[in-house]
Write a protein that binds this ligand. Structure first.
Ligand SMILES: [Fe+2]
Ligand SMILES: [Fe+2]
Length: 204
C-alpha cells in the first residue's frame, strides 16, 4: 500500500505513539521521537534511503522503553510498532522493514543495523544526543537518574562513556558531517564547566 500512504496514516501513528511516550522520561518523549524523525528524513534524503520507513521507525523507536536507562527496549518497541503499523493498515513489507530498523537502533540489544534505513535510524537517534539539545537531554536524564554533574556515575561519565563513543559508531557519512560540530559544542561545554569549577576552587 506504499502508494496509498497518506499524512493521515502518519498522523494515526503519531497519535498511537503519543500515548506510549506520555509515560516516558522527558529525554525519551514524543519530542525526542519527532526530532529523530526530522534527522531521519534529512539523512534518508541525502543518503538515498526510503524516507517513509525511516520516518515510521523514528516515530516508534522508543515506545517500548520502560525506564530511562533500559537495555531491551529496542525489541519491545519493535513489537509494539508492529501492532500499531498493522492496525494502521501498512503492508507486511513496510512493517517488517520498520521492525528491522527499530530492533537495531540500540547497540545494547545486540542487533546490528543491516539495512540503510536501520543505519539511518541508528544515526538519527544519536544526533539527538549531541549539541545543546543533547546536553538538555543529558541533564533531563540525570534528573530522573539522580546523577551529579561530575564524578562517579555522573552526567560527565555518561557523556564520556556513551556519547563520546557514538562518534566512532555512526554508520552514514552524512550523519558524521552533522555530528561533528554538535559534538565539538559539547566538548566546549565540558571544558567551560571544568574551568568554572577550577576558578571557584581557587577563589576561596
Ligand atoms: Fe532507544
Ligand atoms: Fe531514541
Amino acid at each position: 500500500m506504499e502508494g496509498l500512504v497518506t499524512q493521515d496514516h502518519l498522523q494515526q501513528v503519531i497519535l498511537a505513539a503519543q500515548g506510549f511516550y506520555a509515560r516516558k522520561d522527558r529525554a525519551h518523549d514524543l519530542e525526542h521521537a519527532l526530532r529523530v524523525r526530522e534527522w531521519g528524513k534529512k539523512l534518508a534524503v541525502e543518503e538515498g534511503a526510503d524516507v517513509m520507513i525511516v520516518e515510521l521507525a523514528a516515530l516508534l523507536h522508543d515506545i517500548g522503553r520502560s525506564g530511562a536507562v533500559e537495555k531491551t527496549h529496542a525489541e519491545s518497541s519493535a513489537g509494539l510498532a508492529v501492532n500499531i503499523l498493522h492496525k494502521t493498515g501498512y503492508s507486511q513489507d513496510v512493517v517488517q522493514r520498520v521492525k528491522d530498523a527499530i530492533v537495531a537502533h540500540s547497540r545494547e540489544g545486540g542487533h546490528e543495523p543491516n539495512t540503510l534505513e536501520a543505519k539511518i535510524l541508528y544515526d538519527a537517534d544519536k544526533l539527538d544526543f549531541v549539541g545543546a539539545i543533547g546536553l538538555g537531554r543529558l541533564f533531563t536524564l540525570a534528573g530522573v537518574q539522580g546523577w551529579p554533574l561530575v564524578g562517579e556515575n555522573s552526567c560527565e561519565t555518561f557523556y564520556q562513556e556513551k556519547i563520546c563513543g557514538y562518534q566512532e559508531h555512526l554508520f552514514t557519512k552524512t550523519a558524521k558531517v552533522y555530528f561533528e560540530p554538535l559534538f565539538l559544542y559539547m566538548e566546549g561545554f565540558w571544558r567551560e564547566l571544568h574551568d568554572e569549577r577550577l576558578k571557584l576552587s581557587h577563589s576561596g
